[in-house]
Design a protein around this ligand. Structure first.
Ligand code: FE
Ligand code: FE
Ligand code: FE
Length: 172
């Protein structure tokens, strides 16, 4: 009988653990990015959305620690190149649009890309947690997904509430 490579024995539990480590790494990166974006934004409304979600993100990190515990594994992060890239784009907006009328529109768009990544990840993790019978993990992940979706919606509304319009002005 041919011996299997280690990777050939990997199943849904391994995928779930990897996904959990990915979003745990991502959430911690997002926490520090939101702090920077809140400091860099111009409009009070935009700052308020970033600050509210910064606080929620702290809670999401704690929820993930609970999910690791329910899963019976140590809480640890695994580099997420996707979130590193998305955050880098936001950082570029901060640098390249300093004091520009388009700054906030760019930051809102960058933040929305973050939320969409998180929505994709949490959606998958919820499904897998259910399949793995991690009943107590599901509502924790669902609560975070709900917050990501609400933030995405709030960001859309910021765009519609004048942030994009302001960006259409040319700087004097
Ligand atoms: Fe989050
Ligand atoms: Fe990732
Ligand atoms: Fe988020």
């Amino acid at each position: 009988m041919a011996t299997k490579k280690a990777s050939q024995t990997k199943g849904l539990e391994d995928l779930f653990y990897d996904g959990l480590k990915d979003i745990y790494y991502a959430e911690r990166k997002i926490l520090s990015a939101l702090k920077k974006m809140a400091k860099g934004a111009e409009s009070e409304k935009v700052i308020a959305v970033f600050e509210k979600h910064r606080d929620e993100t702290e809670g999401q990190i704690e929820r993930l620690q609970q999910v690791f515990e329910i899963f019976g594994k140590r809480a640890q992060g695994k580099t997420c190149p996707a979130i590193d890239g998305i955050i880098k784009e936001g950082q570029e907006i901060l640098e390249d649009f300093q004091q520009a009328p388009a700054l906030d529109a760019g930051l809102v768009a960058a933040a929305q890309a973050v939320e969409h990544y998180e929505i994709a990840r949490y959606g998958t993790l919820i499904t897998w947690a259910g399949l793995l019978g991690l009943k107590n993990a599901v509502p924790l992940l669902e609560q975070s997904l709900k917050e990501e979706k609400a933030t995405d919606e709030a960001l859309t509304q910021l765009g519609e509430a004048g942030v994009n319009e302001r960006a259409m002005q040319k700087a004097a």
